[in-house]
Design a protein around this ligand. Structure first.
Ligand SMILES: Cc1cc2nc3c(=O)[nH]c(=O)nc-3n(C[C@H](O)[C@H](O)[C@H](O)COP(=O)(O)OP(=O)(O)OC[C@H]3O[C@@H](n4cnc5c(N)ncnc54)[C@H](O)[C@@H]3O)c2cc1C
Length: 360
C-alpha cells in the first residue's frame, strides 16, 4: 500500500531510506534541520572487518552487498580500494584472520615485502598485515547529496532547515510531526535523525538510549597520491581521497573508540595527529592539516543499531557505522514499514529492535 511518509533527517541513513521508500512508490517528504551532522564528518570506510558479534558482522557484510545494489541506481563515489590493517598485536591479528575466514569474509595475510609493494611510501612497513580486498570508502559528504537527488528524481520532496520539535499523536497513533512552522501529517514518520533521534522519540515517551561519542577528524590539503588503500595502523586510520586530501580520525581505532569527551583542543588534537601521519609516510614531511571537524557520533548504548517501530505510525533507525550500513538499513526499513520482510530480513533485524531497551 502506498503511504505518505515523513523521513526526519537527511544524513546517510535518512537519504538512503528516502531513496528506497521513493523507489517503492511511497509519497516521501524528507525534513532536515540542518547544522552539524555525523555523515559529513565521517571517515567513510565501508567494512565488515570491524564487528561486535557474528550477527553484527553478517549485517555489515550484507551492508557491502547492499552498497553494490544501490550503486546501480546512484552514481555515488565509492572507491573499492581494499584495506590494509595492522592496528593489532600478532595474536589478535591471527585470531581476527581465523574468525573472519570462518565467516567466509574475504581476508588475506600480506607480508612485509608485499605491503611495501602495495604501499611504497610507507616509512616502516609492518611484518604483516591483514588485507580486506572487498572494503571501500566514500567521500561521505557527497553521499547524501547523491542519495537525495536519486530520491527526488523518484518523487521525494525535501524540506531543508526545519527543526522537528516532536511527534504528533492521537489515541496512541502517530499522525505526523510538529515543527516550528506548524504540523505536517503523514501515515508514517521515520526518525533517522542521528543524535537528534532521542529527543524526538521522547515526545511520545519512548526512550532511545544513545551514549556521547564526540570525535575529531582532520583533513590535509591535497597531496600527490601517496596512499593506495584504506590503512588501519597503530598510528590511526588513514585514507586519501581522489581530491588528494588525506583523512584521519584523531582517535586511533575510531570505530571502537569509547571516549565520552574530547580532552584536547581541536588544534592540539590535529597537531598531534598530523605528526603521527608524517611518521607513517615518506613524502609528507611538509603536509599539514587544513581542516579539523568536531562531530557527535550517533552511538546506541550497547553499540548496536536501533532499528524498528516505536509506536503505530513511528519508526526509528539510529546507528554508528552508518556509512557501511546505510544502504542495507534503508532496504530493510522500506520493507519493514510495509510488512514485506522475508524470514532472512526479519532475522537480520531481530537483534536490533528498539524494544530491547524497554524496562531497563
Ligand atoms: C569522525 C567519524 C568517523 C566515522 N567513520 C565512519 C566510518 O569510517 N564508517 C562508517 O560506517 N561510519 C563512520 N562513522 C559513523 C557514521 O558517520 C554515522 O553512523 C552516520 O553518519 C550516521 O548517519 P545518520 O544519518 O544516522 O545521522 P547524521 O548524519 O547525524 O544525520 C542526522 C540528520 O538528522 C537531522 N536532524 C537531527 N535532529 C533533527 C530535528 N530535530 N529535526 C529535523 N532534523 C533533524 C540532521 O539535520 C541531519 O540531517 C563516523 C562518524 C564520525 C563522526
Amino acid at each position: 500500500m502506498v503511504q505518505s511518509i515523513i523521513v526526519v533527517g537527511a544524513g546517510i541513513i535518512g537519504a538512503a531510506t528516502a531513496l528506497q521508500l521513493a523507489k517503492a512508490g511511497h509519497a516521501v517528504t524528507v525534513v532536515q534541520a540542518g547544522g552539524a551532522d555525523a555523515t559529513s564528518a565521517s571517515f567513510g570506510w565501508i567494512n565488515a572487518s570491524f564487528f561486535l558479534n557474528e550477527d553484527h558482522h553478517l549485517l555489515r557484510a550484507e551492508g557491502i552487498a547492499a552498497w553494490h545494489r544501490v550503486l546501480q541506481d546512484v552514481p555515488a563515489p565509492v572507491d573499492w580500494q581494499g584495506c590494509l590493517c595492522w592496528d593489532m598485536s600478532p595474536d589478535v591479528m591471527q585470531a581476527t584472520y581465523t574468525q573472519l575466514r570462518a565467516f567466509d569474509y574475504p581476508v588475506e595475510i600480506r607480508t612485509k615485502e608485499q605491503i611495501r609493494v602495495l604501499e611504497p611510501a610507507l616509512c616502516n612497513a609492518p611484518d604483516q598485515a591483514l588485507f580486506f580486498p572487498t572494503e571501500g570508502a566514500a567521500s561521505s559528504a557527497d553521499l547524501t547529496r547523491h542519495f537525495l537527488r536519486a530520491a527526488q528524481a523518484r518523487g521525494a520532496k525535501l524540506i531543508r532547515n526545519l527543526f522537528v520539535l516532536g511527534l504528533k499523536s492521537r489515541n496512541g497513533r502517530v499522525m505526523g510531526i510538529e515543527t516550528s512552522q506548524g504540523d505536517l501529517d503523514a501515515d508514517q514518520v521515520v526518525i533517522v535523525a542521528g543524535t537528534g533521534t532521542t529527543a524526538i522519540a521522547r515526545t511520545i515517551d519512548c526512550e532511545i538510549p544513545l551514549v556521547p561519542r564526540p570525535a575529531y577528524i582532520l583533513r590535509t590539503s591535497p597531496q600527490k597520491k601517496v596512499l593506495h588503500h584504506i590503512l588501519a595502523t597503530p598510528h590511526g586510520e588513514i585514507r586519501q581521497e581522489p581530491s588528494g586530501q588525506i583523512l584521519m580520525p584523531v582517535a586511533v581505532g575510531h570505530q571502537g573508540d569509547t571516549a565520552e569527551e574530547l580532552t584536547q583542543t581541536p588544534t592540539a588534537a590535529a597537531d598531534d595527529t598530523i605528526a603521527r601521519l608524517r611518521n607513517v609516510f615518506g613524502g609528507l614531511e611538509n603536509a599539514d592539516w587544513t581542516e579539523v571537524t568536531r562531530a557527535e557520533r550517533p552511538m546506541p548504548q550497547d553499540g548496536l543499531p536501533i532499528v524498528g517501530p516505536i509506536a503505530d505510525g513511528a519508526y526509528v533507525a539510529v546507528l554508528h557505522s552508518g556509512i557501511t550500513l546505510g544502504p542495507i538499513i534503508a532496504e530493510l526499513v522500506a520493507k519493514d514499514i510495509t510488512g514485506q520482510l522475508d524470514n532472512t530480513d526479519a532475522a537480520m533485524l531481530a537483534p536490533y529492535r528498539p524494544d530491547r531497551f524497554a524496562d531497563k
